[in-house]
Design a protein around this ligand. Structure first.
Ligand SMILES: [Zn+2]
Ligand SMILES: [Zn+2]
Length: 384
């Protein structure tokens, strides 16, 4: 028992000593390891430096690169020197370039003042309407310059993508002016207010009962109008055997002798029908009315034949007043007489298009139709 006890006592002693020795050894080891790691950590990446060899050799194997480097070094002297020279040169010329953007404008000379002087004295107090007549006052704001024509159609089903089309109201919603002809039609909100201002002003100058016969048309509406016209289009043959003229159109009256015929049995293709209709009616997707910014104007007090929107409207007092003053309310005559070859549409003295006063006055000053004006703004570089 004693031995055991002694043994027992001796064992712990030895064990304790060995434990101490071991732990000391461990601590020393640990310190060494830590020291190694500590020093190695710097090259830790380098410890990976065991792989740094490939890195080092890289630098060294780069002799290939190095050999190239010298090549570059020789050329760079040429390159780097001109580079810094060119960059400063560019940076030197850049400032004037950046301050020059207006140069494209000055070179064109035609550019009007961004905020045109409104040389018109309104009879009616326009305080309430000013923000609608000139919503942006900015020549570089294209919010109301949406260009829709045969070359720039609104594709079927894409109307939701046009911001101006998402803000429409019925004419009947306007309480300031009596729209009675087609008050259930829709028009852009801003344009409706500006049109109302124009009609109120016209009224104050004795031009009463201005009204509208057409405004916003959806793609499907334009489509049904176009198709309806196509369906009424025939290839006619004159009944007068001495005349024997033939023509394509909706009218059964011979354009040569004036005889009314019933012979519409001559052959005609759908393409021929559409081509004929396209001479007086826009194909779906290509009508200015699809912008929700165009309106056909009549004067209810005029003989009813003016409801048919005839060119003589331009010779009436109302037609003349509108042509001369629409710009002060943000509207332009969309299809002028002298621009038929550019717009592709015959002179329409009744069709007015809202663009906002700043643009309307600029277009008038430069004598540009919307096609030309949009192209012009693009050419200035200010327009996307
Ligand atoms: Zn005839
Ligand atoms: Zn029209």
């Amino acid at each position: 028992m004693k031995k055991r006890r002694k043994k027992k006592k001796a064992l712990p002693l030895i064990a304790a000593l060995s434990v101490i020795a071991l732990s000391v050894a461990l601590v020393v080891l640990a310190i060494q390891v830590i020291a190694q790691i500590g020093s190695g950590s710097e090259t830790g990446a380098t410890t990976a430096t065991g792989k740094p060899e490939p890195v080092l050799p890289h630098d060294t194997t780069d002799p290939s690169v190095n050999t190239k480097a010298p090549d570059l070094a020789t050329t760079p002297s040429v390159i780097t020197t001109p580079a810094p020279v060119t960059t400063p040169a560019v940076s030197v010329t850049e400032p004037p370039v950046t301050t020059e953007p207006p140069s494209p404008i000055t070179t064109t000379e035609k550019i009007p003042e961004p905020t045109p002087v409104v040389d018109y004295v309104y009879n009616v107090n326009m305080e309430k309407y000013e923000k609608y007549i000139d919503p942006t006052g900015d020549l570089w704001d294209d919010a109301y310059l949406l260009l829709v024509n045969a070359a720039n159609p609104i594709a079927k089903g894409t109307e939701d993508g046009y911001d101006v089309l998402s803000h429409r109201s019925k004419f009947s919603s306007c309480k300031d002016y009596e729209y009675t002809h087609y008050s259930s039609l829709y028009f852009n909100d801003t344009a409706l207010q500006a049109l109302t201002a124009m009609f109120l002003e016209a009224e104050s100058q004795g031009i009463k009962t201005l009204d509208i016969t057409s405004a916003y048309r959806s793609y499907s509406k334009q489509s049904s109008i176009f198709n309806s016209n196509c369906n009424k289009t025939y290839h006619w043959m004159c009944d007068d055997e001495w005349c024997a003229a033939d023509w394509i159109g909706k009218s059964s009256t011979c354009p040569v002798c004036g005889v009314k015929t019933s012979n519409n049995t001559l052959e005609i293709t759908q393409e021929e029908k559409e081509a004929n209709v396209a001479t007086y009616s826009c194909a779906p997707g290509t009508s200015d009315h699809q912008t929700g910014l165009a309106v056909d104007i009549i004067q209810r007090s005029l003989p009813s034949r003016f409801d048919g929107l005839i060119q003589e409207f331009g010779e009436t007092e109302a037609g003349k007043w509108l042509a001369a003053n629409a710009k002060y309310f943000g509207f332009v005559l969309r299809f002028p007489q002298d621009k038929e070859d550019i717009t592709g549409i015959i002179y329409e003295p009744w069709h007015f298009r809202y663009v906002g006063r700043t643009h309307a006055m600029a277009m008038d000053e430069m004598n540009l139709c919307l096609e030309e004006y949009v192209e012009y703004l693009h050419s200035t570089g200010y327009f996307q």
